[in-house]
Design a protein around this ligand. Structure first.
Ligand SMILES: Nc1ncnc2c1ncn2[C@@H]1O[C@H](COP(=O)(O)OP(=O)(O)OP(=O)(O)O)[C@@H](O)[C@H]1O
Length: 307
């Protein structure tokens, strides 16, 4: 992971950089500043600065995400996607500013917020699918032999919600990456959250599984009226599903619709360096100067500043 960024002006939707028209911006009731969409906001950031290891990662961000919005969180390695999720979970205090979820200040252990961390290694290898999901029941621990009737029912409902009843009795070690992702998603649903934070749930899936996963999450979110923030390195599997994009780069954030944010002009302004948005074959590519993907490489201009 690379380092953070110097403090830079806020570039969220209400003060988008040149080239980022914010037609859908309206005045938020409780956030107190303009935001995208027409629903009441589910997530508010007011002048928020976040740091990791003493380095500023996101600087003076203000934005509001409406309830029920499906948001793709994009940005290169180290852009601050996980840091933002941790802050919304109450795990990383802000250096400055205020974050709220459903009108309340963020707090650790808020069961209204479901979280699926990045899956970097095998989770729950020796357990069955059912036990792995049950292990996330509130107050439970791995391997406990007994669950309440309500807890068991919640596990069954969560497995059904992600079409994973057939995985319930199979050992997790024998499941594919996509099948394990479904179990992890089921875990996040146990507490019937109103906000889902999904950190790179598409990592290591093939394109067909990526699309299937996005569609499943989208359908679930619509049915349960959940606000979803899903981080990703490729925008393409999310196209047509996102209500909004939250794009992080150089310590700044830009929130809006795909058409507002994913433009050469808007992203060049956000990165502060030439970036091309190229559309080909129904796909979108964000290309940095020199030809590489801007979503794969972290532009470190300004790195090294400390909070
Ligand atoms: N535990 C830590 N201690 C110190 N610095 C950290 C820590 N975790 C992350 N960082 C730094 O914070 C910055 C943001 O990291 P973060 O994980 O939020 O980025 P990300 O956008 O989620 O990246 P990726 O796409 O690679 O997962 C990076 O510069 C990273 O090196």
């Amino acid at each position: 992971m690379r380092s953070g960024h110097p403090i830079t002006p806020n570039t969220a939707a209400e003060s988008a950089p040149d080239g980022a028209p914010a037609q859908s911006v309206r005045l938020s009731a409780s956030c107190g500043f303009p935001h995208v969409g027409s629903a009441p906001e589910s997530i508010c950031l007011k002048d928020v600065t976040l740091a990791r290891g003493g380095r500023v990662v996101l600087s003076q961000i203000s934005l509001a995400i409406p309830q029920g919005s499906f948001v793709g969180v994009l940005g290169a390695n180290g852009a601050g996607k996980t840091t933002l999720f941790h802050a919304l979970l109450g795990l990383e205090p802000a250096v400055q500013g205020a974050l709220s979820v459903n009108g309340q200040p963020v707090r650790r252990g808020n069961r209204a917020v479901g979280y699926m961390p990045q899956m970097r290694k095998l989770v729950g290898g020796q357990f069955t699918g059912w036990s792995m999901v049950a292990s996330a029941l509130h107050g439970q621990r791995w391997g406990l032999p007994w669950y309440s009737r309500a807890g068991r029912a919640a596990v069954d409902v969560a497995l059904a919600a992600v079409d994973a009843q057939d995985l319930a009795q199979r050992p997790v070690s024998a499941l594919s990456g996509g099948e394990r992702q479904r179990l992890l998603l089921a875990q996040t649903l146990l507490d019937d959250p109103s906000v889902l934070l999904l950190d790179e749930p598409l990592a290591s899936l093939d394109p067909a599984r990526m699309r299937e996963t996005v569609e499943r999450i989208h359908t679930l979110a619509r049915a349960r009226k959940m606000t979803v923030l899903m981080s990703a390195h490729d925008i393409n599997p999310l196209l047509g599903m996102m209500d909004h994009v939250l794009y992080l780069a150089r310590g700044r954030a830009l929130l809006g619709t795909v058409d507002e944010v994913i433009t050469t002009k808007a992203l060049t302004a956000l990165y502060g360096a030439p970036v091309d948005v190229v559309r080909a074959g129904g796909r979108v590519f964000v290309v940095a100067e020199g030809g590489g993907s801007a979503l794969q490489e972290h532009d470190c201009g300004g790195c090294g500043a400390h909070a």
